[in-house]
Ligand binder design. Structure first.
Ligand code: PAF
Length: 275
């Protein structure tokens, strides 16, 4: 496995490559990322993973400065997972000048849910992902369903900008107790880690209610939010939405997903479950 830090080296390494599969990450990898790399590996072509903590998608009060940078350990995990090239550019390499051109995704998809609580987040994500696509020129890119809205926003970008890449979704990897794996789980104290499982339990409860026929989605959402708040969480949202466009359901036949974001202490966790 090669670890590459510059655009020039990356272009040289990938010259003439066909069927490249790509897994973009911000590093501090866990089994969830590795399952995406293994999924990419199974597709056959050369596998590129990027590691870049993208300042553009962090608000000033967020954890850009403290986000764990663990390149050596990440590389030790990526090699046995089947990665061929790690692209880990510096900020100066990827953004040699202030990034004035940006990809602004449509508000009806990007300013709701995560985008409502993290204004500008998806502009930062789309901008760096498009730039990385231009550099890696993958045939396939793999994104985790853990970041469900991100996956949808990227899919729409690829479709509307006619990018020559196929987006594949990877299932969420969970700890034995059900907690979705996330780099930010590392911020949790042992007590918070024990409590964190409640988020996936609440989502399972919401799914159960809907499957049992609960029709008043707002009431189910409010009850789930209250449950977390009673346990000391600060929920941002628990929302039952159509999978197709993340808007509220309008008919009984809509395929649904429930998405949640909530703060436990100072750590903000997100999760979702298809219904
Ligand atoms: O999901 C992430 O880790 C990031 O949002 C991504 C896609 C690597 C863009 O910085």
């Amino acid at each position: 496995m090669r670890v590459i830090h510059t655009v020039a080296e990356l272009r040289e390494a990938l010259a003439g490559a066909r069927g490249t599969t790509f897994v973009p990450t911000m590093g501090n990898l866990h089994e969830g990322h590795l399952s995406l790399v293994k999924q990419a590996r199974a597709l056959g072509g050369p596998v590129v993973a990027s590691i870049f903590v993208n300042r553009l998608q962090f608000a000033p009060h967020e954890d850009f400065g403290t986000y764990p940078r663990t390149l050596q350990r990440d590389c030790e995990l990526l090699a046995p997972a089947g990665c061929d090239i790690v692209f880990a550019p510096s900020e100066a390499e990827l953004y040699p000048e202030p990034q004035g051109y940006k990809v602004v995704p449509p508000p009806e998809l990007a300013d709701i849910l995560e985008g409502h609580f993290r204004p500008g987040f998806f502009t930062g994500v789309c901008t760096v992902v498009l730039k990385l696509f231009n550099l890696v020129q993958p045939a396939v890119a793999v994104f985790g369903k853990k970041d469900y809205q991100q996956l949808m926003v990227i899919r729409r970008m690829v479709q509307q900008l006619a990018l020559p890449v196929r987006v594949e979704a990877g299932d969420t990897t969970r700890a034995d107790d059900g907690l979705a794996l996330s780099s930010r789980n590392g911020y949790l104290s042992p007590e918070e880690r024990a409590e964190a499982v409640q988020l996936s339990r609440v989502l399972r409860g919401v799914r159960e209610s809907i499957v049992q026929g609960a029709g008043d989605h707002a009431a189910v959402e409010a009850q789930a939010m209250q449950h977390l708040a009673d346990r000391g969480w600060k929920p941002d949202y628990i929302a039952i939405r159509r999978r197709a466009d993340l808007q509220p359901a309008t008919s009984a036949g809509d395929a649904l997903v429930v998405l949640a974001a909530a703060k436990l202490g100072s750590t903000r966790l997100i999760d979702n479950l298809e219904i």
